[in-house]
Design a binder for this molecule. Structure first.
Ligand code: NAD
Length: 469
């Protein structure tokens, strides 16, 4: 698309029921989203099922070529997509935010297109020759959240398409425009009917998760919804990849250099203004350097500008919706009332139009405090003091979620030893949340199951088939 207005016009429904989407920074309207129904979902699934066999028959090379062209199309429209994402989601254009997210869409498409996946010869001993192949599943359903709406949609659809499937997407009702716009651009390079976004509510999500013509659901969202999807999909024994909620711990070992790690800690926790699944949400710091880490982190955090995402100076934005704002505010208020020390933030301005919650650091807080024990999903970081590494590991592992974790140290060998003791799908060392399309990503415990990205991510979008002759 050549302009932002042309992109918005292309996704604005000509008729039917619509819902106005408001900018979380200003309260001003961004655009009109369609309110799709279960009937619209049926039509999308029928079109996907009709388009899928020819797409599968193209083979890996031709499908990869189409995905590379789709990545080029995203790059051609990158600025329009980033502006729409910024206005709808709230995230700034700059920093690791809207432009970064659109760039990631192109990067993930390219890696999904370029990752080789050959049949594996499992046994070849002269008597038996057994090969493991991955056949297309058919039609895949993709259900996504509102925090990284474009990037997570690409995480779901890129491997699905590469493996020869059609895809029907159910975006979050908070951020449908971003996903509709992305799909509009991708469809410049894809066959008709193969990829459709159905912008409905929970009823549409439920119908997709239970639909007999859907072979697999890729789901990213809360643990509670993940459990509902397991139930809805049970009768048709669907394949599931579930990327669910987290409450990631970071452990700062006593030998870490507080100044050297402060910026990494900040972005690990506050990327996308804290609305990130694999963000640092509980920071455990050894008593010996506790005060120094608090001070360095406060200095970094206080200097990061928050405001309207379209202002090029900002790197932090509003919370995407009022419900999330209220959750963060209630958790921080309760922490303050419990006697915890607010190092920074904690007092949102009450008469502002947007959902801005200030960058907040909370020290001297008990590990049992709800701000620590619950996924706050916003710009508030509790910093917990520990005295022995065993105690820190026990606190980090105490919850029933385990998406990511991190260890911060000047001694990589020591950090790896601690990393191996943490119950999380990924443990980063001296960084947090650095996802990479070549490296598998998935949760432990109730943060979900199944892997995305890399060759494991491709395999998850195929039906394994053994040919034994
Ligand atoms: P959510 O679970 O409320 O909604 C996610 C999607 O599920 C939406 O599209 C929603 O309409 C749909 N949905 C709701 N009920 C449904 C049902 N019964 N059946 C089918 N679909 C249904 O999550 P959210 O608030 O949009 O996102 C925030 C959550 O997502 C956080 O917990 C966060 O940690 C998690 N998340 C996880 C990852 C990851 O990779 N593990 C990434 C991003 C976000």
């Amino acid at each position: 698309m050549e302009t932002y207005d042309a992109l918005l016009a292309a996704i604005t429904p000509a008729s039917g029921e619509t819902r106005t989407i408001f900018d979380p920074a200003t309260g001003q309207p961004v655009g009109e989203a369609p309110v799709h129904t279960v009937q619209d979902l049926e039509a999308a699934i029928a079109a996907a099922a009709a388009a899928q066999p020819a797409w599968a028959a193209l083979g890996h090379d031709a499908r990869s070529a189409a995905l590379l062209k789709a990545a080029d199309a995203v790059e051609r429209s990158a600025e329009e997509l980033a502006r729409l994402l910024s206005r709808e989601q709230g995230k700034p254009l700059n920093g690791p935010n809207a432009r970064f997210e659109v760039g990631a869409c192109a990067a993930w498409l390219r890696v999904a297109a370029g990752t080789p996946l050959d049949p594996e010869t499992v046994v070849d001993d002269g008597e038996t020759r057994a090969e493991l192949h991955y056949r297309p599943i058919g039609v895949v359903g993709a259900i996504g959240p509102w925090n990284w709406p474009m990037m997570i949609t690409v995480w779901q659809l890129a491997p699905a398409l590469r493996m020869g499937n059609a895809v029907v997407i159910k975006p979050s009702e908070y951020t449908p425009l971003s996903v509709l716009a992305l799909v509009e651009i991708l469809n410049q390079e894809l066959p008709e009917g193969l990829l459709t976004a159905v912008a409905g509510g929970r009823d549409v999500g439920e119908a997709l998760a239970g639909h007999p013509a859907i072979g697999k659901i890729m789901f990213t969202g809360s643990t509670a919804t993940g459990k509902a999807i397991i139930r809805s999909s049970a009768d048709t024994v669907k394949r599931l990849t579930l990327e669910l909620g987290g409450n990631d711990a970071g452990i700062v070992l006593p030998d870490a250099d507080p100044r050297a790690i402060a910026e990494g800690l900040f972005w690990g926790a506050f990327i996308n203004t804290g609305q990130t699944c694999a963000a640092l949400k509980r920071l455990y710091v050894h008593d010996a350097i506790y005060d120094a880490v608090c001070e360095e982190l406060t200095n970094v955090a206080a200097a990061m500008p928050m405001g309207n995402g379209l202002d090029e100076a900002n790197v932090l934005g509003p919370l995407q919706n009022r419900q999330q704002f209220d959750i963060v505010a209630a958790l921080v208020d309760a922490a303050r009332e419990s006697g915890a020390r607010i190092l920074l933030g904690g007092n949102p301005e009450s008469d502002q139009p947007g959902n801005f919650y200030p960058t907040t650091l909370v020290a001297d807080i008990a590990n049992s405090n709800p701000l620590v024990a619950e996924e706050q999903f916003g710009p508030a970081l509790p910093i917990i003091r520990y005295r022995s590494v065993d105690e820190a590991v026990a606190m980090a592992n105490a919850l029933d979620v385990g998406l990511g974790a991190s260890v911060w140290s000047s001694d990589p060998a020591e950090a790896r030893k601690v990393a191996a003791r943490l119950e999380a799908g990924t443990v980063w060392i001296n960084k947090h949340g650095a996802v990479d399309p070549r490296i598998p990503f998935g949760g432990a415990k109730q943060s979900g199951y199944g892997l995305e990205f890399g060759v494991e991510g491709l395999k998850a979008l195929g039906v394994p088939q053994v040919i034994n002759g």
